[in-house]
Design a protein around this ligand. Structure first.
Ligand SMILES: [Zn+2]
Length: 242
């Protein structure tokens, strides 16, 4: 057993030489992690492609690589490293913040970092990356009225698919926060899956609108990263590695 969806999902934020270990990894750390994946035989891919291939049981085991918020450093640093290993990934964009800076929190750890321009996002899509939605403005869905939440979920999909000329099929909950009504809203808006920030699946059975994942930050050393991925490749739950 890997995770409920049959393959591991990792999630990142920043990839930058100046990333605080709580918000991201350095390009060197990231390259070392991707080398571990390659060495263990994993193909790093987007969530969408991983879902397409799930259950087919052929070829290399896949790991879905996902990045929240769409930081410009993902374009500058992460994408070329991924491609050097033959990997792609999913980037979760905040539709109304393309080309802007993080303004949804006053926390100096996160606030003010540059987000990708639409042209950079389009370039990544043309290189095989998946553009997913992380809402319009990055609200905490559990704290806003349902009408607004529905708009954040639905309109971000339309906006991004128009602006990036690409289908937007997966969603990611800001702050990993959602109420019991939100997974259905995501489904009704036309997405096929949604990623949370939880390491373990919710309830007793797999749910594509509450997908579990493994966070990776600069605080996770290479030995623990390796052990986590090794446990996945052995068919254990990687999330169980402390
Ligand atoms: Zn976010």
């Amino acid at each position: 057993m890997t995770d409920d969806q049959g393959f591991p999902v990792l999630y990142y934020h920043r990839v930058s030489p100046d990333a605080d270990p709580r918000t991201g990894v350095t390009p060197e750390q990231f390259a070392a992690q991707m080398a571990v994946l390659k060495k263990l035989g994993f193909a790093g891919t987007s969530l969408e492609r991983a879902l397409d291939g799930a259950g087919q049981g052929e070829g290399s085991p896949v790991v879905a690589l996902t990045f929240d918020d769409g930081y410009e450093d993902n374009y500058v640093h992460a994408a070329p490293i991924l491609e050097s290993f033959g990997f792609v990934a999913t980037i979760y964009f905040v539709a109304e913040r393309l080309g802007k800076r993080v303004d949804w929190t006053g926390d100096p750890l996160w606030s003010g970092h540059s987000l990708m321009e639409a042209s950079q996002a389009r370039d990544l899509v043309s290189r095989g990356f998946e553009a997913g939605s992380h809402t319009l403005t990055h609200p905490d869905l559990a704290k806003i009225p349902d009408t607004l939440a529905r708009q954040e979920i639905g309109e971000s999909r339309e906006r991004l698919s128009q602006e990036l000329s690409a289908p937007v099929t997966t969603f990611c909950y800001p702050y990993g926060s959602f109420g019991p009504q939100h997974p259905a809203m995501v489904r009704e808006a036309g997405y096929r899956a949604a990623r949370t920030v939880r390491r373990y699946r919710f309830g007793g059975r797999p749910d594509p609108f509450r997908m579990a994942c493994r966070p990776v930050s600069g605080r996770m050393g290479l030995p623990r990263f390796t052990l986590t991925m090794l446990s996945y490749s052995l068919g254990l739950r990687g999330g169980d590695v402390p």
